[in-house]
Design a binder for this molecule. Sequence first.
Ligand SMILES: Cc1cc2nc3c(=O)[nH]c(=O)nc-3n(C[C@H](O)[C@H](O)[C@H](O)COP(=O)(O)OP(=O)(O)OC[C@H]3O[C@@H](n4cnc5c(N)ncnc54)[C@H](O)[C@@H]3O)c2cc1C
Length: 292
Amino acid sequence: MTIWKDYQLAYSLSEAVEAYNQAEKPVRFVSGGTDLLLEIQQGSHPTMKTLIDLNHIGEMRELKMVGEQIFIGAAVPVSQITNSPLIKKHAMAVAEATGLIGGPQVRNSATLGGNVAHALPAADGMISLVAMDATAITYSHSGYSKKKILELFLGPGESALANDEILVGFEFSIKKSGEGSAFNRVMRPQGVALPILNHAVWLRRKDHVIEDIRISFGPSGPVPTRAMLVEEIFRGNKLTAETILRAKETILETVKFRTSRMRATAEYRYHLAQALLEKVVKIAWNRAGETE
Ligand SMILES: Cc1cc2nc3c(=O)[nH]c(=O)nc-3n(C[C@H](O)[C@H](O)[C@H](O)COP(=O)(O)OP(=O)(O)OC[C@H]3O[C@@H](n4cnc5c(N)ncnc54)[C@H](O)[C@@H]3O)c2cc1C
C-alpha cells in the first residue's frame, strides 16, 4: 500500500510551512509517525500525496529551561522526555505520562507534538500537559503564536490548529518550593494504545493546606478539560480523608465519563477515577513536600 507519494524533510519552520503550502494535496506534517502512518496503513486515515517531516527542525528538538519556564520541543522523542533529569525534577507528571506511551520502540519515535495534535481526549502526554497548565508555541504562515493547551482542541481527533500550523513546543513553569505533580492511568491488560482512564495532578501546598491544584482526567468529554469543581474541593483545604471523600463525590456529580465499546463502561471509569484521584493526589502532595 502506498502511504505517500512525496516525503519531504524540512530543516526550518518557515521551510516546513512553505513546503506545506506548495505541496501536492492532501498533505500532512509528520513527526514520529506512530499515529499517522499506522492510521493510513490501517485505512482509518486517507492516504497522503505529501508528508512533511518535522524531525530535523532544530528548535523543535530542544528540551531546556528558559528563565522560569521549561520548554519541550514538539519533536523531542518521548523517551528523551521521560529520561530527562530536568523533566523529572520539574514535571514528574510529564515524565510519568510520556514513560507510559506505547513500548520502547514507540517511545523512541513518538513525540508530544503528535500526541497533542492528534487531539484524542485520552492521550497520555496531553493529559499531563493540561495539569501542568502548559502553553503551546505554534508557527504558521502568520508567524509564531502562543495558545493555552486547552485551546488546541475542537473535538475527538480534531485539533484547532490551522492547516499549516505547526506545534513548535510546549512551555510550563518550573517547579517551585511546595509544588509537585503526578500522573497515573489504567490500561486494559491487552491494550496497546489509549488507556481506559488517565489522570494527572499538579498542586502547591503551604502550611499543611493545598493552596492551588490542577486536575485532569482523560477521556472525559470530546475535548480535554480540567476537573475544576473537583479542584475547588481541595483548594484551601487540608488533604484529609474527608476532603478526599468530598472530592470523590464531586467526580461522580461533575466529571463526564462515557461508556466506550472498546474500552470500558462509564460506571467502571467512575470507580477508577475515584481510586486514581486518591492515589495521584497523595503522590503529588508528598512530592510537593520534598525538600530540594
Ligand atoms: C503501539 C502503539 C502504542 C501506543 N500507545 C500509546 C499510549 O500508551 N498513550 C498515548 O497517548 N498514545 C499512544 N500511542 C499513540 C502515539 O504513539 C502517540 O500519540 C504519539 O505521541 C504520537 O506522536 P507522533 O510523533 O508519532 O505523531 P505522528 O503520527 O507523527 O502525528 C500524529 C498527528 O499529529 C500531526 N502532527 C505531528 N506532529 C505535529 C506538530 N509538531 N505540529 C502539528 N501537527 C503535528 C500529524 O500531522 C498527525 O495528524 C501508541 C501508538 C502505537 C502505535
